[in-house]
Design a binder for this molecule. Structure first.
Ligand SMILES: Cc1cc2nc3c(=O)[nH]c(=O)nc-3n(C[C@H](O)[C@H](O)[C@H](O)COP(=O)(O)OP(=O)(O)OC[C@H]3O[C@@H](n4cnc5c(N)ncnc54)[C@H](O)[C@@H]3O)c2cc1C
Length: 390
């Protein structure tokens, strides 16, 4: 294999999706000589960062360790909007619906209560609503008697592909070398750096951050008991009777959590310029896949099943007709928290597996913290809670 340039970069970022684009952008801003590599041409639809939008919440019921990350991400997205003129964050508000005893999955247990406690401790506006209050404010939503909702006005949706595009453009403009459609095959660390072998040749860097999303088990799998599971999730946009109702100007997103994890659904109103319909995301954790083996087509049966099981009795004005349907891949750790740590083989390689269905909202702050760690050995935000566990 030939070395592709005589240069030894300060940092090579492998995988330029949500996390890699952010690392490359922030590292370039900090003056590092950055090489970014991706097997596709991000943003693209093969991994975990597509389908227009992602939910963001300041009151993160998954745990208080996440609040500084999402709060900093909001600041960075606002700065990026001011710098580029590209809208990234629509603070349309967010509703979390759940019953007290939900759910089967640990992360959802008393999720409205958990979110309420985190919001109260941090001074975040979060109102808990009874079913009757929800129907008064949002007549199209039908809660069961034992369900309640939590409403956070500062929550909203982030334009996920635009955020990747903007950060990669700024990284390139700042001097980063970004090589797309080039697959990294191996990372070999030695005393002086890391050799990155790709399907084109070899590169050298002092440090590597591997942000390979659902490909992580193949390239830079963290060991020590951590076992990553990749699952195929459905994203379906349904035709609605009244499009105005389901826009980010007029409707919060909704996360609908049930006792049975298979009955979870999230509703995403359409952002300006977005697909005109109601975007829905469901979850399943029983069938595993790889990016290569995942069935990429969403079948008519899946579209009808999602509507019948998860929407018809909960939301009025949503037809069973899909105007767009895609799959997207989750990468989960056993406890569903993130994994951001040095690779066991070498402290020169950091692995980031921060999907678990709730990673995007934290991505640019995590990217900034990782870039700071490479540049200075320390970071403003604490990533310790996300090191390998067990
Ligand atoms: C359906 C769905 C809904 C979600 N909803 C939310 C939400 O509402 N809110 C939220 O906060 N989060 C959400 N998430 C999670 C969030 O989207 C992910 O945490 C995040 O997008 C993961 O980004 P990533 O950078 O890890 O992976 P990716 O964006 O997939 O990036 C990995 C990149 O690595 C590249 N790559 C892989 N292997 C190699 C290699 N060997 N060589 C070179 N390049 C390589 C790939 O081409 C890819 O571009 C959701 C995820 C899904 C799937």
């Amino acid at each position: 294999m030939s070395e592709l340039s005589g240069e030894q970069y300060d940092l090579a970022v492998v995988g330029l999706g949500a996390f890699g684009a952010a690392v490359a952008f922030h590292a370039t801003r900090l003056g590092l000589r950055v090489l970014g590599l991706d097997r596709h041409d991000p943003p693209h639809t093969m991994g975990s960062t597509h389908a227009e939008t992602r939910i963001t919440r300041l009151a993160v019921g998954e745990g208080p360790q996440y609040l500084p990350l999402v709060a900093r991400s909001h600041e960075i997205w606002r700065d990026l909007e001011a710098e580029t003129g590209v809208p990234l964050l629509h603070q349309c508000g967010g509703l979390i619906v759940a019953s007290d005893d939900a759910a089967e999955a640990e992360r959802w247990t008393d999720f409205v209560g958990a979110t309420d406690r985190i919001a109260a401790a941090a001074g975040i506006d979060f109102r808990v609503l009874a079913p009757q209050q929800v129907s008064a404010e949002f007549p199209q939503l039908h809660l069961a008697e034992d369900e309640k909702a939590g409403n956070e006005p500062t929550a909203g949706l982030v334009m996920c592909e635009d955020a990747v595009r903007v950060q990669l453009d700024l990284a390139r403009a700042g001097g980063a070398t970004v090589r797309t459609n080039e697959t990294v095959l191996a990372l070999d660390a030695d005393d002086a750096g890391v050799t990155i072998t790709t399907d084109v040749g070899e590169h050298r860097a002092n440090r590597v951050v591997a942000t390979t999303g659902p490909w992580t088990p193949e390239l830079a799998a963290p060991v020590d008991g951590e076992h990553l599971e990749v699952t195929r999730q459905l994203v379906v946009w349904y035709e609605v009777d009244d499009l105005d109702t389901w826009t980010t100007d007029n409707h919060p997103f909704v996360m609908w959590i049930s006792e049975d994890i298979a009955d979870y659904v999230a509703l995403f109103p359409s952002p300006p310029g977005g697909t005109p319909g109601l975007k829905t995301v469901s979850e399943q954790f029983s069938t595993f896949c790889t990016p290569d083996s995942a069935e990429r087509t969403v079948s008519d049966e899946e579209i009808l099943d999602l509507h019948t099981r998860l929407l018809a009795h909960r939301v009025s004005g949503v037809t069973p007709r899909a105007i767009r349907a895609e799959i997207c891949l989750y990468t989960n750790t056993p406890d569903e928290h993130f994994l951001i740590d040095e690779h066991p083989d070498s402290p020169r390689i950091t692995t980031v597996s921060a999907c678990s269905g709730h990673g995007f909202k934290h991505s640019t702050a995590i990217g900034e913290a990782l870039a700071q760690q490479v540049a200075t050995g320390t970071s403003t935000l604490n990533l310790e809670p996300f090191r390998r566990r067990g």
